[in-house]
Design a protein around this ligand. Structure first.
Ligand code: FES
Ligand SMILES: [Fe+2]
Length: 404
């Protein structure tokens, strides 16, 4: 067993002890108090513009999993509105560049992903290496010096950590991943993301503010009503385990069949070596370890990106097999899990989000929403996001500190 799977087992066991106590004795992790938030946080164009700039142009974002860009491979990343290409050279070094040809602005790399150690612009044929340097340009002598300063692609801050590739979509900014991840780095480090193999990906659009979409990943309170047919048969909505790690968190909910082991000795518990739960990585990423079908565990990554309009969002969703795909049957199973989750999100969560966001726009100024004590993950998200773009924090607080 690897170090990360040993540490995952210990983490799972600790979480299961907390679940078992709540199942036996009643109770749940709860925030100290409800929190109110102004509806304008979801509807105000000025707030939206500030978030697009501060949270999506000046903050490290997950551009890919490390496993998605092998040596000699590349992948484009356009979701912030800034065209980016991330390339790993043959030696393993990873870099990100504006995917904009320095000659006259053409899109340099036009494939979503692939393998290449050089990129040739389709407009006039300038060719750049995976290190960003200009290798060749047709008839270079006739430019007579006009190529000065255009012999390198514009580099973007780019670093890998714990199996994730982070990019800041603005050239010249400093990348401080230790500060960005805070105490969540240890959680990511134990998750085994390096060995995750992508099986299927897609985009889930929703006509709602991106935070309304993000909110649907943070609480199980809605399982019994909204997901009556899909999740409620398997998951309880009354027992939540919640741990905050600075601006990030992990949240999970009890399964209905867990009564079967909660009163037994620990040696009989079905402790798994894979991570479990919904992990929020500030500002826009959800790493869901589990499945809408109990007993199966996959990694599903949801990255939420705001469009230009306040009420437009695209969620980039991809599912991965921990430790790689084992067989064609395993691949089919993971693909089916992607489809099952996408169905729940699109037909239930995002229908609600679109209607709810439209309703918010009809409310009078000064209206608020409330996040209950069991919606503590939302309380954390909205405090962190407001802080991240220099806005007033919602209140009152009440998110308890993580048990570390
Ligand atoms: S715009 Fe790329 S070579 Fe001219
Ligand atoms: Fe949901």
């Amino acid at each position: 067993m690897t170090v990360s799977s040993q540490s995952q087992r210990q983490t799972q066991l600790a979480i299961m002890r907390r679940f078992a106590a709540y199942i036996r004795d009643g109770g749940s992790d709860l925030a100290d108090a409800p929190m109110v938030n102004d509806v304008s946080v979801y509807t105000d164009p000025a707030r939206h513009a500030a978030e697009r700039q501060k949270l999506f142009r000046e903050t490290p974002l997950v551009a890919a999993l490390s496993s998605e860009i092998a040596p000699g491979a590349f992948r484009t990343f356009d979701a912030t509105g800034v065209p980016v290409v991330v390339a790993r050279d043959g030696g393993g070094a990873i870099r990100a560049f504006l995917n904009i040809c320095p000659h006259r602005g053409a899109r340099l790399v036009r494939q979503e992903e692939g393998r290449a150690n050089r990129f040739t612009c389709w407009f006039h044929g300038w060719t750049y290496g995976a290190d960003g340097r200009l290798i060749a340009a047709p008839e270079a002598d006739r430019f007579c010096g006009g190529m000065a300063g255009r012999d390198h692609l514009v580099a973007l801050p780019c670093e890998e950590r714990h199996g994730l590739v982070f990019v800041i979509a603005t050239p010249g900014l400093a990348m401080d991943l230790d500060a960005h991840l805070g105490s969540f780095a240890a959680v990511l480090g134990a998750m085994g993301l390096d060995g995750a193999e992508r099986v299927k990906s897609g985009e889930l659009p929703v006509a709602a503010n991106w935070k309304y979409a993000l909110d649907t990943y943070g609480e199980g309170y809605h399982f019994a009503a909204l997901h009556k047919q899909t999740l409620a048969p398997y998951f309880r909505n009354d027992i939540t385990i919640y741990d905050r790690f600075d601006r990030c968190h992990r949240v999970s909910w009890a399964q209905k069949d867990w009564d079967s082991w909660a009163s037994k000795p620990e040696c009989e518990w079905p402790v798994r070596a894979e991570p479990a739960g919904v992990h929020y990585l500030y500002p826009n990423t959800i790493l869901f370890c589990g499945s809408v079908s109990p007993g199966k565990s996959y990694l599903t990554v949801f990255r939420h990106f705001p469009g230009e309009e306040v009420g437009s969002t695209v969620t980039h969703k991809a599912i991965y097999a921990f430790g790689g795909v084992k067989s064609p049957e395993h691949r089919a199973e993971v693909e089916a899990a992607f489809d099952a989750t996408a169905h729940v999100v699109m037909s239930e969560d995002y229908v609600t989000a679109a209607e709810g966001w439209k309703n918010m726009c009809a409310l009078p100024p000064g209206s608020t929403v409330v996040y209950g004590r069991q919606e503590m993950a939302l309380q954390n998200v909205h405090r962190a996001l407001a802080d991240g773009c220099g806005m007033a924090l919602p209140g009152p607080a009440g998110v308890r500190e993580a048990a570390r």
